[in-house]
Design a binder for this molecule. Structure first.
Ligand code: ADP
Ligand code: MG
Ligand code: MG
Length: 193
């Protein structure tokens, strides 16, 4: 799948809609194992992304991705802001040489891992990215795979982020950042249809 300017805009529009529609749900997920703000954080960020697209009207993929990164870094805050921001910044950098979504999202997840230190099984958004990226590289990502990756975080014990303070008590809850990353990839699939 190739990332064009039109696809980037549609992707972010659909992601913003999913975040807005599930804002309360995402913050509810963050309540027992965090500080209850993930939905509000992400919604604030995606409103900023939509506003930046409107006011700055990016005319190429690289500047659009940079605008997403900067809006998320400045508005989301917490752990998720810098991590999603890094992901889009890495995609922006690589987009000067390729538009392949497999390669772009691979650079993104490597950035997230480097920045946050999380690996597979640590009950973070990385658990969804590490399923989505190889599938995107093979052009085979499905909604079912995304959903299964999100659900897989439920039985994990958190090793990174606020949820890790709970140790074993984090088991049995979905990871909110994995749920929002699930929306991100679901939005990408829908935008690419
Ligand atoms: P905060 O925990 O600062 O309130 P958010 O609630 O917005 O930030 O985001 C929490 C989400 O961020 C978690 O559900 C998890 O998916 C993700 N996260 C936290 N720490 C890390 C990390 N070190 N690496 C990857 N993802 C992380
Ligand atoms: Mg939180
Ligand atoms: Mg917080």
């Amino acid at each position: 799948m190739e990332l064009t300017l039109a696809l980037t805009k549609q992707w972010m529009k659909l992601f913003a809609e999913k975040i807005e529609a599930n804002k309360a749900y995402l913050s509810d997920l963050d309540t027992p194992i965090g500080d209850g703000d993930h939905g509000n954080n992400m919604a604030r960020g995606m409103v900023a992304v939509q506003e930046a697209f409107k006011s700055k009207n990016p005319t190429d993929v690289t500047s659009a991705l940079k605008l997403v990164a900067m809006s998320l870094i400045s508005k989301v805050g917490g752990a998720a802001g810098p991590l999603y921001g890094t992901a889009f910044l890495e995609m922006a950098k690589l987009s000067t040489s390729t538009n392949d979504l497999g390669l772009l999202t691979e650079a993104a997840v490597n950035g997230i891992k480097k920045r946050g230190g999380a690996n597979a099984g640590d009950k973070t958004m990385v658990d969804v990215w590490l399923v989505a990226v190889p599938a995107l590289k093979e052009n085979s990502l499905t909604a079912k795979q995304i959903e299964e990756a999100v659900q897989s975080t439920k039985d994990m014990e958190a090793k990174k982020g606020r949820a890790s303070y709970l140790g074993e008590r984090s088991i049995g809850h979905l990871d909110p950042g994995s749920v929002s990353s699930g929306y991100l990839f679901q939005a990408l699939l829908e935008a690419g249809e």
